[in-house]
Write a protein that binds this ligand. Structure first.
Ligand code: SF4
Length: 738
């Protein structure tokens, strides 16, 4: 229900001309999942407004969505399938039949020579659920490999593993409606104001509606716009979150603030948890994380005492070599205080991408199967095999390569062919040198994208034009488990096709017509919904017909079921005995600590007006006005040591590479830490890419890389001198492969 105190402005943009009709849609950017109303004229998107009836945003949208119309009909849209006759040839236009026949021949030949694990698919949290489903089914059910993973691995794989190990299943327990009911917010590892702006506005309104009752705690090494709202800003040293959370738990134990009734009735492992947090006095934690003991005590008391405490986190927690443990620690905090399954409370991991949640549900990671099933579980494999009409033995019990490992395996020659969908890994992955090596080494690179060239499409042997937002039908699920239907509003340009249709046509080219007969996204959705029947993430009550009436939150186990706002309201968790698990975790330093050679810790993140690798938002002049070039934030004392002043150009060097950015000297970042946005890639100029610096060390369970902490050195430079030996993105579609 729309909160009464929300009197929201409606933002809009005009791409020129009046509209002749309107249609509903869903924002293709972040995991807030805002509903949109799109103004159309003929086959053109001319305006984008917020949908006042959508419960994720009630009409509000941020600037990225306002200017969506400028990203659709651009001059670099990929219009036709193209292939390289030879590796060193330019791309030439071919028919869909020719392109997919060539891909099918190459896949068959590589699989027959090297086995099914010699091919891999790498997708994106920007795919629709139907698109995820088709490629997942093809790889895991019919090609015999679990090598289907996505860039969501870089975003929230640690949250998936954290929820599963602590609560028995993935799935964020709260909803956005809990924001309107919470009395205490713990925002940790999330710059919500920049990365999830519409959620932030809702938190802001909640705070302003009752400033004395509502407490906002923000944990961040930077004093961000999010931190400006905080009653308590805890300026943490990057990578030390567990020390802080354990110290909060220490205070809760010592001061008798734990919810013993909830602990005794609904959990296991309290004694072990109490033992592990015992040494984490606020003073001890201060020595690790840099936050004053007094602030730690205040945060613990506010969190435990409130009637509803909501923990929100995102990449700052997940992108870590101990990302799963950090998730466990936060869930420990919620369980210890009974702040779960009740109004205004719960551990709430925010997804980065619009359909990262749908990808989890569909099994879009290399260890998962549809309906929150696992490839390692024989019963799960048997159930999915039956649904797909194949013998259970067709499904491999071996988890496939997770994101970075796909590219490492390509670079090592273990994987020979990769099919990249809807993502630009040369910019979004750490250590792009390795990704480039992988794509050079591969026998076959297939890329399907809406645009060309990008940093990645230039490596394609086969390049396939994909329809994008507004040009295709499908569903996406946002951070609060809410499924929204998106209709096709305009025709895609040239011969571009929806990603699901490309996958289905490819499967048919491989001789799999019976298993991939789909003629519409609705048919794909119906089959996926059947896969979830009786599962925790039950979609079986959802249908296109119902979703066209409005979005629904899963579980939604029947056509008359209204959907589920909040999970675990009965205190029963998805473990065998229904009890949640306290998982004791210790602090562990980030993989790469600062030293004499690299004395500063670099942390990276997003900017409010840019999205991922800028292939869309980087084309919108109005968005670029707020920041055209990358910058590096640095504390004045660190800047003074190296003779850097505000506005100077600085070369940032790590053990893996370098990047150049303009210095922003500010006290709003903790000493010893610097910050760079990650959006700029090599196509924008080799030296702008923050991921030239980051490290591919990853969590041993979630395999999510540590993009939030690596050691760097900063040096003032007089001018930027381009290095002609470094790779550049070839702006010519006819250019040879790099
Ligand atoms: S907050 Fe996220 S989903 Fe909402 S309009 Fe902005 S980018 Fe889109």
């Amino acid at each position: 229900m729309k909160p009464k105190d929300l009197a929201l402005p409606i933002y809009s943009s005009d791409n020129g001309g009046t509209t002749d009709r309107w249609g509903k849609s869903y924002c293709p950017y972040c995991g807030v999942g805002c509903g949109l109303i799109v103004g159309l004229k003929g086959n053109t998107v001319v305006k984008v407004n917020g949908d006042p009836d959508h419960p994720a945003n009630f009409g509000e949208i941020c600037a990225k969505a306002v200017f969506l119309s400028r990203t659709v009909a651009t001059s670099d849209r990929l219009l036709y399938p193209q292939v390289r006759p030879r590796r060193d040839s330019p791309l030439v236009r071919v028919s869909w039949k020719q392109a997919l026949a060539r891909a099918a021949t190459a896949f068959r030949e590589i699989i027959s020579r090297h086995g099914p694990d010699a091919v891999a698919f790498y997708g994106s949290g920007q795919l629709t659920t139907e698109e995820y489903y088709i490629f997942n089914k093809l790889a895991k059910g019919f090609l015999g490999t679990n090598n289907f993973d996505t860039n969501s691995r870089l975003c929230m794989a640690s949250a998936v593993a954290g929820y599963r190990s602590s609560l028995g299943s993935d799935g964020p327990p709260p909803s956005y409606a809990d924001i309107d009911l919470a009395e205490c917010f713990l925002l940790i590892g999330t710059n919500t104001a920049e990365c999830h702006p519409i959620i932030f506005r809702r938190i802001e309104r909640r705070k302003r509606s009752d400033p004395n009752k509502v407490t906002v705690i923000v944990v961040d090494p930077r004093r961000t716009e999010t931190a400006d709202l905080a009653d308590l800003h805890l300026p943490i040293r990057p990578g030390t979150d567990i020390a802080l959370i354990n110290a909060m738990l220490h205070v809760i134990v010592k001061e008798g603030l734990a919810d013993r009734k909830f602990i005794d009735g609904h959990t296991h492992g309290w004694e072990a948890l109490a033992a592990i947090v015992d040494p984490y006095t606020p003073q001890y934690a201060h020595e690790i994380c840099g936050i004053s003991p007094r602030l730690i005590e205040q945060a613990a008391r506010s969190f435990a005492a409130s009637s509803g405490s909501l923990i929100l986190w995102s990449m700052g927690i997940n992108q870590s070599t101990v990302g799963v443990r950090k998730n466990n620690a936060l869930i420990n905090l919620a369980l210890a205080t009974g702040q779960i399954g009740r109004p205004g409370a719960g551990p709430f991991s925010l997804t980065g991408q619009p359909n990262a949640m749908g990808g989890r549900e569909v099994g879009g990671l290399s260890h998962l199967l549809p309906g929150y099933r696992s490839v390692t579980n024989p019963q799960d494999r048997a159930e999915v095999a039956a649904l797909w009409g194949v013998p259970a033995a067709h499904l491999s019990p071996k988890p496939g390569y997770p994101a970075i490992e796909i590219f490492e395996a390509l670079a090592d020659g273990k994987v020979k062919a990769v099919w990249i969908l809807c993502t630009n890994p040369i910019v979004s992955m750490p250590e792009p040198d390795m990704v480039e090596k992988a794509l050079r080494q591969a026998e076959l690179v297939v890329v399907q994208d809406a645009y060309h060239p990008t940093d990645t499409t230039q490596y394609a042997d086969i390049l396939l034009p994909a329809a994008q937002w507004s040009e295709k039908e499908g569903v996406m699920t946002n951070s609060e488990r809410r499924i929204t239907y998106m209709p096709k509003l305009v025709d895609p340009p040239g011969e571009a096709l929806p990603d699901w249709e490309i996958g289905a046509r490819f499967a048919r080219e491989l001789g799999l017509s019976e298993a991939f007969p789909y003629r519409s996204a609705a048919e794909v959705f119906e089959e996926f919904a059947r896969c979830t029947k009786g599962r925790f993430n039950d979609y079986s009550g959802a249908s296109y017909a119902r979703l066209k009436e409005g979005p629904l939150q899963w579980p939604c186990p029947g056509p008359a079921h209204p959907g589920t706002e909040r999970l675990y309201t009965d205190g029963k968790f998805q473990t065998e005995d229904g009890r949640a698990r306290f998982i004791p975790v210790d602090h562990q330093e980030p993989h790469e600590k600062p030293d004499d050679d690299y004395p500063i810790t670099l942390t990276t993140g997003r900017l409010k007006n840019q999205w991922h690798t800028m292939t869309k938002t980087g084309k919108v002049e109005s968005l670029l006005k707020s920041g055209r070039e990358p910058f590096v934030e640095i504390h004045p004392q660190d800047a003074a040591k190296i003779g850097v002043q505000d506005g100077d150009f600085v070369e940032v060097t790590s053990r893996r590479g370098k990047a150049i950015a303009q210095a922003r000297v500010t006290e709003e970042i903790v000493r010893g830490t610097c910050f760079m946005p990650f959006h700029w890639g090599r196509a924008a100029g080799y030296y702008k890419a923050a991921n030239n610096l980051t490290v591919r060390a990853r969590d041993p369970v979630s395999r999510q890389p540590e993009l939030k902490a690596c050691a760097v050195r900063l040096t003032r430079i007089e001018e930027i001198v381009p290095d002609p030996t470094l790779p550049v993105c070839d702006a010519s579609a006819a250019g040879p492969r790099p």
